[in-house]
Ligand binder design. Structure first.
Ligand code: HEC
Length: 134
């Protein structure tokens, strides 16, 4: 085999391995992550210049799918123990979010207003988001 071809093969193999390792690592992270963390990353966070789903819902601009997916994620989040803080408060806040999202999904006139009140980032983070994690 020509040295150049050999080198190219090595590079390709290395890249494939690295990609494989990266996938395995992120899958493990996902399994470990709390449902709340997953919900936050999927629906409350977005790359720069992209509106996160929570913003779209607050503006009445989210698609039915987005609302349904956020709702499912909020339900999973409500079913688990809070990462921090009192369980009763966690249930109250996450259930309010579920109810509000259901109201949006059902097209209720006050759904968006309810959602805006329930998706109070700071109100929930100050009691339930571990400070060590950013
Ligand atoms: C009902 C409670 C609640 C509400 C409302 C809420 N969050 Fe969170 N959020 C959490 C909890 C709990 C965590 C920590 C999850 C963990 O680390 O397991 C978190 C973590 C996060 C994180 C870090 C995720 C990561 O990668 O570790 C981001 C970003 C975030 N929230 C964004 C938001 C934004 C933006 C809003 C408002 C639009 C919001 N959240 C509203 C409960 C909430």
């Amino acid at each position: 085999m020509k040295p150049l071809v050999k080198l190219a093969l090595l590079v390709v193999t290395g890249a494939t391995l690295a990609a494989l390792l990266a996938t395995t690592a992120s899958a493990a992270d996902e399994a470990k992550a709390s449902a709340a963390k997953v919900a936050m990353q999927k629906f409350h966070k977005a790359p720069k210049d992209v509106d996160p789903v929570c913003k779209k819902i607050s503006e009445g601009k989210a698609s039915k799918e987005e609302v349904a997916q956020a709702l499912a994620s909020y339900k999973a989040m409500a079913a688990e123990k809070p990462a921090m803080g009192d369980e009763a408060s966690w249930k109250e806040k996450s259930l309010a979010l579920i109810k509000a999202t259901e109201a949006v999904a059902a097209g209720k006139p006050d759904g968006v207003a309810q959602y805006k009140a329930a998706v109070n980032c700071k109100g929930c983070h100050s009691v339930h988001k571990p400070q060590a994690k950013k």
